[in-house]
Design a protein around this ligand. Structure first.
Ligand SMILES: *[C@@H]1O[C@H](CO)[C@@H](O)[C@H](O)[C@H]1NC(C)=O
Length: 277
């Protein structure tokens, strides 16, 4: 298998037993206990934690000085999502794809050829778990065709404990960063929406970026594949995609100058690049 010789570089204290005990926290039951540990309950905003590079908003300037050549972007994104999914599976954290990544999955279970980012979500208890045991851990992977492999860093925004959407500079709760290129995946926590729950919506969920869901839209997660790797997708994926992007996004075979080829199930590149596009 693609990841079979992956080498996870952890500090010695991350023993398997320790991890297993806390893995897979149940979404419904855990938050009540975790909530007591929240620091800064009264704080609603904070300074921006993640700093994107000055040259591109999807790169981390600590690891790169320029964007990847265009033909390298998709292979790097593919390695990012596969190594991320593999790592989350290994450490027992449930994660799923959302937004534009879910839309590209809907078409052919692959990243759109014009994409430059990936969106994944985890539950709020899982974010606490990653904070406690995995912040700033580095994970090395052998990647076919990549000399020396690549190292990825998991970094948790300390402001994830602020649960308010008013904290607009910290809507991204964590990142999975390719330290070879600076390219990263945004990880957002899906949280219980306490206010809506008090007003008669018992399954209300929210993210700090303002997206709102119902538990029944996301759970139970469905198993699928993305970039030839096992992935989980929200239960009501069609409904979620229609709500976010409109019905044409899941039916129109012409998109961003590309045409969906029903035979190869691939997006054929633009035949003509319009100067104003
Ligand atoms: C993760 O580690 C970084 C670097 O030490 C630190 O700045 C950040 O606050 C940490 N995140 C959490 C959630 O503690």
């Amino acid at each position: 298998m693609w990841m079979s010789n992956s080498l996870l570089v952890f500090l010695g204290l991350f023993s398997a037993g320790l991890v297993a005990a806390d893995a897979n926290p149940d979404f419904m039951s855990v938050r009540d206990t975790v909530a007591k540990e929240y620091r800064n309950q009264e704080v609603e905003t904070a300074e921006k934690y993640f700093h994107e590079s000055s040259f591109h908003y999807h790169y981390d300037g600590r690891f790169a000085t320029e964007v990847l050549p265009e033909e390298e972007t998709i292979p790097h994104l593919s390695a990012l999502i596969r190594t991320y999914l593999s790592t989350m599976k290994d450490i027992g954290v449930e994660t799923w794809i959302m937004h534009g990544t879910l839309l590209s999955w809907w078409w052919n279970q692959k990243i759109f050829p014009w994409d430059n980012d990936i969106d994944v979500q985890i539950s709020e208890p899982s974010m606490h778990f990653l904070d406690e045991y995995y912040n700033m851990t580095e994970h090395h992977f052998d990647i076919p065709g990549v000399e020396g492999g690549r190292t990825f860093q998991l970094e948790i925004n300390p402001n994830y404990v602020i649960r308010s959407t008013k904290d607009k500079l910290n809507v991204i709760d964590a990142r999975w960063i390719d330290t070879s290129s600076g390219l990263f995946i945004d990880i957002t926590a899906v949280r219980k929406d306490d206010e809506k729950r008090e007003h008669g919506q018992p399954g209300a969920l929210m993210c700090k970026d303002g997206h709102r869901f119902d538990e029944l839209d996301i759970f139970p997660l469905r198993n699928s594949h993305f970039e030839d790797f096992p992935v989980k997708v929200p239960y009501e994926y069609t409904k979620l995609l229609q709500e976010e992007y409109g019905s044409t996004a899941i039916t129109a075979t012409s998109f961003k100058g590309h045409e969906f080829n029903e035979e190869t199930l691939l997006w054929d590149g633009p035949k003509l690049v319009h100067p104003f596009y």
